[in-house]
Write a protein that binds this ligand. Sequence first.
Ligand code: PEP
Ligand code: MN
Length: 338
Amino acid sequence: MIVEMRRGATQAQIAGVVERAGSFGFQTQLNIGTDKVVVAILGSDTGRVPTDVFAVLPGVETVTRIMRPYKLASRDFKPDSTIVPIGSLSVGGPQVIVMAGPCSVESQEMLLRTAQHVVKHGATVVRGGAYKPRTSPFSFQGLGEEGLRILREVRAQLGVPIISEVTEVHQLAEMAESVDVLQIGARNMQNYPLLRAAGSTGRPIVLKRGLAATVTEWLQAADYILAAGNPNVILCERGIRTFEDSTRFTLDIASIGVIKRFSHLPVIVDPSHAAGHYALVPTLARAALAAGADGLIIEVHPDPVNALSDGLQSLTFSDFSRLMGELRAIAGAMGRTL
Ligand code: PEP
Ligand code: MN
């Protein structure tokens, strides 16, 4: 249920709504907009309470039931688009953000070289996995703590924000020290303890869409992070499983429009994991920006032939610089900067 307060409603009137919700055992979350406050009434059984119990309270403008299964991620709760800060960058504003780097951190030398190259060509966040959720337990699992040390080192040298994936709750304390943005991977989109714990770090989080998740399930997963009091969620479309097998996953370009319509959260696109092949990455990256994505996360490797993970879908340095030129033109045509 969504309680929209009147313009100029007092703190006491807002507290009155929160208190009444509490008396029914419901939780609340406030959206303090530029000229109005909206109170979300949260509970699995808000249907048992008539809207009138809130509508009669002083300072209340309207009370609406949200029929969508996600609440905090919905535009009904927060009509204004969310802008997620990453240091001095803003995700969801006019600037398109490109995050780029290797699938896995393999050594300090390779991460540094890759980071220098992608930053020089316009990437503003560097990616690199230290903990890799691999489909086979016999595949390279990432350098773990050593990978985090390398990420810290490169961040200190270049002063660029870093994104890396967290796969288990116990990694969070060290991850939060080492990286600026936490990535929750497709395979963990419905790992609810991880969503809650990552949410409570307060760090910006890139939440990838599960391989077989609907947009609704994805936004419900975002609600777990938002309900932990962390508003800094960036959604990431990375393709879903379909019957089509000529790409690794089918990039659901339409989800960008769906998210923009029903949610206030920014959305970026990962063309690399969807494509599965370097030759297709530019096509998907260009389409994503034209469709209105707020950014991209792209795998780049100094020597894809010898990469320890995802070499086939990794761009070489020259592929990446060429693509950035094309993306700049598309961003411009969309009235954005890159
Ligand atoms: C990754 O970013 O390297 C990754 C494993 O992505 P996803 O979770 O989308 O498969
Ligand atoms: Mn990868």
